[in-house]
Design a protein. Structure first.
Length: 225
């Protein structure tokens, strides 16, 4: 199967590049596409860069250029509720783009895209089910995703009030572009900064937390069909 992987930043990409698999590169539209084979799958990976705009562009490029039928996002995230620890790992069920709001002009809720039943963009149920069948202890989360790095407690509490437990800057775009292209999407997130933490914690933990997320990706790939 052709599987695309979206990785946000170079410090997260490091775990993929140093995984020991033979990797080739191709320049496409200003991005580098990294190719390898893992567990019987043809893998194409792209580093998007921070934020929803770059993540959307990278996801669309990957889908159109490689014809992948599955896109997996792995990487780090911040905790926006107490009790989550660095290196805790999760599968994403759904995501709220907290920057999006057309409710003043359209008959939708705040943060809701009109084609979804509520303010949450869903990820693929079938893929998540395959993983949970093999790894029933894996925790499921809802993500608040948007264009800001969240480090203030008051901002974390505001996002947690949306029903979210962690935050990132890319998965809303990745999930939405996948849905628009009828491509299945899975996301693996590992905590790099806690509810009490900040950007300093992120910088300290991002490389190792990304390795933890990549480790789970390596366990997930043999399951996907």
């Amino acid at each position: 199967m052709k599987i695309g992987i979206i990785i946000a930043i170079e410090r997260e990409l490091k775990s993929f590049l140093e995984s020991g698999h033979e990797i080739t590169e191709e320049k496409v539209g200003g991005k580098t596409v990294y190719y390898t084979e893992m567990y019987g799958h043809e893998i194409a990976a792209v580093m998007s860069g921070y934020g929803e705009i770059d993540a959307a562009a990278a996801t669309q490029l990957l889908i159109l250029h490689t014809g992948c039928g599955v896109v997996i996002n792995f990487g780090v995230a911040g905790a926006i509720v107490p009790g989550l620890k660095v290196d805790d790992i999760f599968l994403v069920e759904k995501v709220c783009n907290y920057d999006y709001d057309v409710s003043p002009i359209d008959p939708v809720k705040k943060h809701q895209y009109e084609e979804y039943e509520d303010e949450y963009i869903p990820l693929d149920t079938g893929l998540r089910g395959l993983v949970l069948d093999k790894m029933p202890a894996v925790k499921i989360v809802t993500v608040a995703s948007g264009g800001r790095f969240i480090d203030k407690v008051e901002d974390k509490e505001e996002l947690a009030a949306l029903g979210c437990q962690i935050c990132d800057m890319e998965i809303a775009a990745i999930a939405r572009i996948c849905l628009q292209n009828d491509v299945r999407c899975l996301s693996i997130k590992c905590i790099s900064d806690t509810y009490e933490g900040d950007g300093g914690d992120f910088n300290t933990n991002v490389i190792n937390s990304a390795k933890v997320a990549f480790g789970m990706l390596s366990e997930v790939l043999p399951i996907i069909k």
